[in-house]
Write a protein that binds this ligand. Structure first.
Ligand code: SAH
Length: 211
C-alpha cells in the first residue's frame, strides 16, 4: 500500500508540486490498521489502492487520496481539524495521529455510530464524531486549522470557509456526482482572504444537501 501511494505521488508530482508526501503522513498511514475499518468480507482487499464499498452506498477512499488530502492540510501536533464525511472513521484515525483534536461529521446515523464505537474501541480518544449535516460545519468548535471534506460538493460550503482559521487549509473535492470533480486546496491568509487552486481530478461520492 505504501509503494502504491508513493507511485501515485510520483505519477502526479507535477500537479502536486512535490515529489513525496510528508514523512509524518506516511508514518500515520503505516500506523493505522486499515483492515479494521473495512467490512470483514473485504479485508483481503483492504490494502489495494482503490476505494472500497462500506455499506449505505458509501465508500472508504483510496489510500493514495487519503494520504494526499492529509498531506495537503500540513498539520502540526497542535492542529484542530474538522472532517466532513466520517464514513468508516479511517481518515479520522489518520488525522488523529497527526493533530491535537479531530472533529468529524457524518450524515448517516448508522455509519456515524459504528465509526464512533470503532474509533473509541481502537483508542483514538482525540476524535469526536457527530451525526449531522456537513454543509453547516461544527460552529461550536470552530475555527479549524484544517478542514478535510471526503465527499464532493458542487461548491465550497460557506459555513466551512467561515470556520477555517486564518492561515488554515482545506482539502475539498468540488464537482457534481459522476461528473468531473477537482480536488481543491483552499487557503485563508492572515487577512482572512481565501485562495483556491485545483490539484487533480478525483471521483468521490456526493456531499448530500439536506432539503
Ligand atoms: N472519510 C471516510 C470516507 C467517506 S465517504 C472514511 O475514511 O471512511 C463520504 C461520507 O460522507 C459518507 O459516509 C457519506 O454518508 C458522508 N456524507 C455525505 N454527505 C454528507 C453531509 N452533507 N454531511 C455529512 N456527511 C456526509
Amino acid at each position: 500500500m505504501i509503494a502504491d501511494i508513493e507511485s501515485g505521488v510520483a505519477v502526479t508530482r507535477k500537479m502536486l508540486g512535490k515529489d513525496r508526501l510528508d514523512k509524518r503522513v506516511m508514518a500515520a498511514i503505516r500506523q493505522v490498521p486499515r483492515e479494521k475499518f473495512v467490512p470483514p468480507d473485504l479485508r483481503h482487499a483492504a490494502f489495494r489502492d482503490g476505494a472500497l464499498p462500506v455499506g449505505h452506498g458509501q465508500t472508504i477512499s483510496q489510500p493514495y487520496i487519503v494520504a494526499l488530502m492529509t498531506d495537503m492540510l500540513e498539520l502540526t501536533a497542535d492542529s484542530i481539524v474538522l472532517e466532513i464525511g466520517t464514513g468508516t472513521g479511517y481518515q479520522a484515525a489518520i488525522l488523529a495521529c497527526l493533530a491535537r483534536q479531530v472533529y468529524s461529521i457524518e450524515r448517516i446515523p448508522e455509519l456515524a455510530q459504528a465509526a464512533q464505537l470503532r474509533l473509541k474501541g481502537m483508542g483514538y480518544y482525540n476524535v469526536e464524531t457527530r451525526c449531522g449535516d456537513g454543509y453547516q460545519g461544527w460552529p461550536e468548535m470552530a475555527p479549524f486549522d484544517g478542514i478535510l471534506v471526503t465527499a464532493a460538493a458542487p461548491f465550497i460550503p460557506p459555513a466551512l470557509l467561515e470556520q477555517l482559521k486564518s492561515g488554515g487549509r482545506m482539502a475539498i473535492p468540488i464537482g457534481m456526482p459522476s461528473m468531473h470533480q477537482e480536488l481543491m486546496l483552499v487557503t485563508k491568509n492572515q487577512r482572512g482572504e481565501t485562495h483556491s487552486r485545483s490539484l487533480l481530478g478525483v471521483a468521490f461520492v456526493p456531499l448530500v444537501e439536506e432539503k
